[in-house]
Design a protein around this ligand. Structure first.
Ligand code: SF4
Length: 237
């Protein structure tokens, strides 16, 4: 009888993940699954969002972002490029090529941008072309405000360890007002009580900005990539 009882207890232990797995990461699996469910729901909400259309900022909403729970890096841009049926993911054009080159200079492999980074932006919809004809229009403070809640929830659910911001708008949205020259080449903690994470500002990779033409800024950019490389090694990213 005692032997039978011991066998039943042993089989229960083997079938119960929390008891049979001494790996502490395994105990977080249900929490991770719950976060992924919540993130999928949030993605559905963002996909249905029409706030900027309702206020006349954009003719139609095509939110673009990509990612899942477990991605330890987040790339935060200003806004996505024009939606393209053949390139439904963020950073599939020239900006993406430049960004992949920068990541490779920090020691990441070719697939890292799409496989290991949660890709999002301050506003999730293409804001249209710039009135000057050079590049895309920068989203207004009102549009960024409309989309801020989406970003806050993405941060809370994804819990990235490092956020790579692209361009000044994305950097100051997280770090406060400053010149891009004072931000690129630094690695700063994000001031949020619910999230322990670092922010690494980079210039925008679109090629429209002339910021990187200045040799001093090229040095800042190199310093930023060196900081990213050091964190990649230190954290095993
Ligand atoms: S940019 Fe953001 S707030 Fe505006 S319509 Fe798109 S998802 Fe909604």
């Amino acid at each position: 009888m005692v032997r039978r009882l011991a066998a039943v207890v042993a089989s229960l232990i083997m079938e119960t993940p929390f008891l049979s797995h001494p790996d502490p990461d395994h105990r977080t699996a249900p929490a991770t699954a719950a976060r992924q469910i919540a993130l999928t729901r949030l993605h559905d909400e963002i996909a249905a969002c029409q706030r900027c259309v309702a206020d006349g900022y954009i003719p139609s909403a095509h939110p673009i972002f990509k990612g899942a729970i477990g991605q330890r890096l987040m790339v935060l841009g200003q806004a996505p490029a024009a939606p393209d049926r053949e390139r439904p993911r963020p950073y599939m054009g020239a900006s993406g090529r430049t960004l992949r080159t920068w990541l490779s200079r920090a020691g990441f492999d070719e697939a890292a941008l799409y496989e290991r980074c949660y890709l999002t932006s301050l506003t999730k919809c293409f804001p249209g072309s710039s009135p000057s004809g050079k590049g895309d229009r920068a989203p207004s403070a009102r549009e960024i405000g409309y989309c801020r809640g989406h970003l806050a929830r993405e941060l809370a659910l994804v819990q990235p360890e490092i956020i790579i911001t692209l361009g000044r708008l994305a950097a100051v949205a997280l770090l406060g007002n400053a010149a891009l020259s004072d931000l690129v080449g630094t690695l700063r903690p994000l001031a949020r009580p619910d999230l322990s994470c670092l922010v690494l500002p980079l210039p925008h990779p679109s090629g429209v900005s002339r910021w990187l033409n200045d040799p001093v800024n090229q040095g800042r950019h190199q310093q930023a990539l060196a900081l990213l490389a050091a964190e990649r090694i230190r954290r095993g990213l």
